[in-house]
Design a protein around this ligand. Structure first.
Ligand SMILES: [Fe+2]
Length: 280
């Protein structure tokens, strides 16, 4: 198994592996170690059935079943469709997933460990441009780049996260549904459960408040941390090809889906999500 680094702080491509075939324990350990160290892994040119996608994903932990049942793959509820494709007047998947910087499910008590996306259809690239890229940043590298005084201060803080932060999300939900997504509080600096690295755990989509600070100070600190994390030096931008399998770590990264393509450019991804452990 060969590894190729994609960007300096995060991301590795794993070459010479066919995910449709059984993976022995030693090889799996190498993949798992590379994942902990690099936070984003890419496997190109894969051809997997839904069952093989689920089987590979299960090696990393138990799988979550998304609440939006209408977007789950028939017979494989572990697979969520992310797509702008409309069939018979109905969207086949979630169309507007992740178009602001975020880390998945930071608004729940136990956020997922990682997601594993499999690209089935992507927008046709232009002569010098791809569409629907996904950007990732390393929140561990972003933490390491802070000065020690700031690291120490942030280590004492906690932040509130809410699914309802974004007005367009709030507008779609009934009062009853809003009650089902209560706010949660997490440390501003989170420790990676495997590597022990410290990671900035504040994101622009879901973090609403730094606990104990006045509104102005809290908003300014959230903005400062988000802008710091989003800096080019911590980033890897993935240009998709059909057959890509990409997984990311929800503790040590944030990501953003670039929405630069129209409804006439079909995009379809199959996603599995692996359960996480308590935040500390
Ligand atoms: Fe996401």
């Amino acid at each position: 198994m060969k590894l190729h680094k994609l960007a300096s702080p995060l991301g590795s491509e794993i070459l010479d592996i066919d995910l449709s075939r059984p993976i022995d324990d030693a090889t799996f350990r190498q993949i798992d170690d590379a994942f902990s160290e690099r936070s984003v892994l890419v496997f190109r040119d894969q051809v997997m059935t839904p069952a093989q996608h689920v089987e590979f994903s299960r090696r990393f932990g138990g799988l979550e079943i998304h609440v939006l049942k209408q977007y789950l793959l028939a017979d494989f509820p572990e697979i969520l469709l992310i797509s702008n494709v409309v069939e018979n007047g109905k969207p086949v998947g979630i169309a507007d997933a992740g178009q602001q910087w975020h880390t998945d499910l930071s608004y729940v008590e136990i956020p997922s460990r990682c997601s594993i996306l499999y690209a089935k259809q992507i927008p046709e690239p232009g002569p010098d441009k791809t569409y629907g890229d996904t950007c990732f940043v390393s929140t561990a590298a972003a933490y390491d780049a802070l000065d020690p005084e700031m690291q120490k201060y942030l280590g004492t803080l906690k932040a509130r996260h809410s699914y309802l932060k974004r007005p367009h999300v709030r507008a779609k939900l009934s009062e009853e549904q809003k009650k089902q997504v209560p706010e949660v509080i997490h440390p501003v600096i989170r420790t990676h459960p495997v590597t022990g690295r410290k990671c900035i755990y504040v994101n622009e989509s879901f973090t609403t408040e730094i606990v104990g600070l006045g509104k102005e100070e809290s908003d300014a600190l959230i903005l400062q941390l988000c802008e710091h994390c989003q800096s080019e030096q911590f980033m890897y931008r993935h240009k998709w090809r059909v057959g890509d399998v990409l997984m990311w770590d929800n503790c040590s990264t944030q990501h953003l889906a670039v929405a630069d393509y129209g409804p006439e450019q079909a995009r379809l991804m199959n996603r599995t999500t692996v359960r996480g452990t308590a935040v500390f």
